[in-house]
Design a protein around this ligand. Structure first.
Ligand code: NAP
Length: 254
C-alpha cells in the first residue's frame, strides 16, 4: 500500500469539499480541513475517523493564506495534494444588474482565491519535487447560462488558471487537474439565493443531481491515479444533464 497523502481541501465545511475530505480520509489519507467556518470544520473533524487538521482560512485574504500555510505544524506542511474547491455563485441576474458586492465576492473567491492558494502552495511542491493541485471547475467553465454570467466567467478563469498552471509547471513532477461537475445538490444554491430555501430547493426538484460524494470520488480518482498519469480535466454531469445547460425534469427524466 502507498503512503498516505497529505491533502489540503479548501471549502471543506460543506458540500463537495466536506465530501472530498471524508473520501480522502476513508482512503487513509491525512486531510487539512479549511474554510471560514471553524465550528463546521471542527464538527467535520469530530465526525471523520482519521488524521485531520483544522485550518480556518478565508481564501480571499492573500496574506492570511501565506501565513496559515506557513504556520502549519511541521508534520502537516508537506502537502501532496491541494484541492482548491472553495467557491460560490451569488444571484441570478443579467450581467449588468450584478451588484458590486456580488461581483467582488465571486471573483475574489473563485479566481483570486485560487491564485492566492497557488502562491502559497506551489513553491513548496516544487521544493519537494512532488505535488498535485486539483481545481474544482464546472460545466460553467465551458459555457454560459442566463443570469450566471459572472459566475461562468469566474469558472472559465478557474479552468484557464489550472491549464495555465500545468503549462507553467511543464518539466516538473507536479500534477494539475480540474474536476468540473454539472449540477450537484449541495448548499450552493442556498448561498446563491442568500438563504431562500424554496428557490434553492426548486433547482434540484423533479430531477436527479450529482451528489457531493460523486464529485469527491472523481477528485480522489485524480489524486490516486498512477504517478505517470495526469488527469487534465474530468467533466462529469448527472445522467439527466446534456449539453451543459439542458436538464431533464419530471416525466422527462429518462
Ligand atoms: P457549498 O456547499 O456552498 O460549499 C462551498 C464551500 O466553499 C463551503 O465550505 C464554504 O465554506 C467555502 N467558501 C466559500 N467562500 C469561501 C472563502 N472566502 N474562503 C474559504 N472558503 C470559502 O457549495 P459546493 O457546491 O460544495 O461548491 C464547491 C465548489 O464546487 C465551488 O467552487 C463551486 O463553484 C463548485 N461547483 C459546484 C456545483 C454545484 O452545482 N453545486 C457545480 C459545479 C461546480 P465557508 O462558508 O465556511 O467559508
Amino acid at each position: 500500500m502507498s503512503a498516505p497523502l497529505t491533502v489540503l481541501v479548501t471549502g471543506a465545511s460543506a458540500g463537495i469539499g466536506a465530501a472530498t475530505a471524508r473520501a480522502f480520509a476513508a482512503k487513509g489519507d491525512r486531510v487539512i480541513l479549511s474554510a471560514r467556518s471553524a465550528h463546521r470544520l471542527r464538527d467535520l473533524e469530530a465526525e471523520i475517523d482519521g488524521d485531520t487538521f483544522v485550518l480556518p482560512l478565508d481564501v480571499t485574504d492573500a496574506q492570511a493564506h501565506l501565513d496559515a500555510l506557513g504556520w502549519l505544524p511541521a508534520e502537516w506542511r508537506d502537502l501532496d495534494v491541494a484541492v482548491l474547491n472553495a467557491g460560490l455563485a451569488l444571484g441570478l441576474v443579467p450581467v449588468w444588474e450584478n451588484t458590486v458586492d456580488h461581483v467582488d465576492r465571486m471573483l475574489d473567491t473563485n479566481v483570486k482565491g485560487v491564485v492566492n492558494g497557488l502562491r502559497a502552495i506551489v513553491p513548496g511542491m516544487l521544493d519537494r519535487g512532488r505535488g498535485h493541485v486539483i481545481g474544482i471547475g464546472s460545466t460553467a467553465s465551458h459555457t454560459v447560462y442566463p443570469g450566471g454570467v459572472v459566475y461562468c466567467a469566474s469558472k472559465h478563469a478557474l479552468l484557464a488558471l489550472m491549464n495555465g498552471l500545468k503549462v507553467d509547471l511543464h518539466g516538473t513532477p507536479v500534477r494539475v487537474s480540474t474536476v468540473s461537475p454539472g449540477m450537484v445538490e449541495t448548499e450552493f444554491s442556498r448561498v446563491r439565493f442568500e438563504g431562500d430555501a424554496a428557490r434553492a430547493d426548486a433547482v434540484y426538484s423533479d430531477t436527479v443531481a450529482l451528489t457531493a460524494e460523486d464529485v469527491a470520488d472523481a477528485v480522489v480518482y485524480c489524486a490516486h491515479a498512477p504517478e505517470r498519469v495526469n488527469v487534465q480535466e474530468l467533466l462529469l454531469t448527472p445522467r439527466v444533464q446534456s449539453g451543459y445547460t439542458m436538464i431533464a425534469r419530471g416525466d422527462d427524466v429518462p
